[in-house]
Design a protein around this ligand. Structure first.
Ligand code: MRU
Length: 350
């Protein structure tokens, strides 16, 4: 795995170039912009786990490219027996992070393609499929952006949490795709970006993306959202999602649930922008969504310095579930679901 001096733009979470996978190292942004280069699926699984790449749709796109690398290695090692040889890598990719269903959706789609192939080198066909997944996600986000923007009467301020931008997806972004389209249409005055402890995706990535596009953005501590809401300028909370259950319950970055509760109290609407690859109709409610718990060390320090006393216990769930009753709109590329219920989600997903 080597580092190149290439500079990622906010549109480049993952790139396939001359037979290799390039991932913008999101842990370093915005201080340093570097791509890491990957040739093997096991390294890609580690990159997902270690947050080199993050954001549900970007994780799915990356996993798809990981399957391409797995197929190439399996064919080099086992020839016509590649179908068996690829299994360990597929399992390793699937074990990289538990919450974003886009990961499992992408691996399932690559498996469906694998099932159609013969004993010949699978690399070209798998690459076609991964590139299609990437391109379809980009196109879905453009559509989500337009549909979400139509819901905003505006001009209004909005709050977003974490980063659901271009760098968290195949391009353009989900929540930030809506922001981009709505800002272009004159419906958003200003974006308030929660900093998003402990990984600071809002401070590091959302602020960086929006400043790059010239969209007015103000950073705030996560706990500053309620007092901003009380001020009366905020019309919408707009967030992405890692998994949406069949009844419309939404898993997203830890803190989203609290924002939705506060929004309800203040009469502010909540929009969840996500492609249908984020919808998991196999689970009936958010109670079944596996919530990732990460190393408490991520919380016990800040900026490379320990802040909590030695021996202090910490819990570090990195997602929470917002009940459907607190969600005003789920915006997907197939359409908008207002006040989601199981019946409406079934009608959307077919
Ligand atoms: O832990 P992360 O940074 O992968 O969490 C990301 C989020 O919670 C995003 O809001 C979600 O994946 C949607 S990204 C379009």
């Amino acid at each position: 795995m080597k580092t190149t001096p290439a500079i990622p733009t906010p549109d480049d979470a993952a790139l396939w170039h001359e037979g290799r996978l390039y991932l913008a190292d999101q842990r370093l942004l915005p201080e340093r912009a570097e791509f890491l280069v990957y040739d093997h699926a096991a390294e890609v699984a580690d990159a997902i786990h270690d947050m080199v790449v993050r954001g549900a749709p970007a994780i799915g796109v990356t996993a798809a490219y990981g399957v391409v690398l797995a197929g190439r290695d399996a064919f080099a090692a086992a020839g016509a027996g590649w179908r068996q040889a690829i299994e360990a890598d597929l399992e390793r990719l699937a074990a990289s992070r538990p919450t974003a269903v886009n990961l499992f959706w992408a691996i399932r789609r690559m498996r469906d393609r694998i099932a159609q192939l013969d004993a010949a080198d699978p690399t070209p066909a798998l690459l076609d499929e991964a590139l299609a997944i990437h391109e379809e996600d980009r196109a879905a986000n453009r559509r989500i952006g337009d549909l979400g923007a139509e819901l905003i009467a505006g001009p209004t301020d909005i709050i977003t949490h974490c980063n659901a931008g271009a760098i968290a997806t195949g391009g353009y972004g989900t929540a930030l795709g809506v922001v981009r389209s709505a800002y272009a249409a004159g419906r958003i005055r200003r974006v308030y970006a929660d900093e998003t402890r402990p990984w600071m995706q809002g401070a590091r990535l959302t602020a960086w993306e929006l400043m790059h596009d010239g969209i007015p953005v103000t950073l705030q501590a996560d706990c500053a959202a309620a007092s901003l809401m009380a001020g009366g300028t905020v019309g919408w909370v707009i967030v992405g999602s890692d998994r949406i259950a069949a009844n419309g319950d939404v898993a997203n970055k830890i803190g989203t649930y609290g924002l939705a509760v506060m929004a309800k109290y203040h009469g502010i609407r909540v929009m969840v922008a996500a492609p249908t690859s984020t919808v998991d109709m196999a689970i009936s409610s958010g109670a079944e969504i596996p919530i990732e718990e990460r190393d408490p060390a991520e919380l016990l320090g800040c900026g490379g310095r320990r802040i909590a006393p030695a021996g202090c216990l910490a819990r570090n769930p990195v997602f929470d579930v917002t009940p459907a009753a607190l969600v005003d709109a789920i915006v997907t590329e197939r359409g908008v679901v207002l006040n989601p219920t199981t019946e409406k989600m079934r009608a959307l997903m077919g």
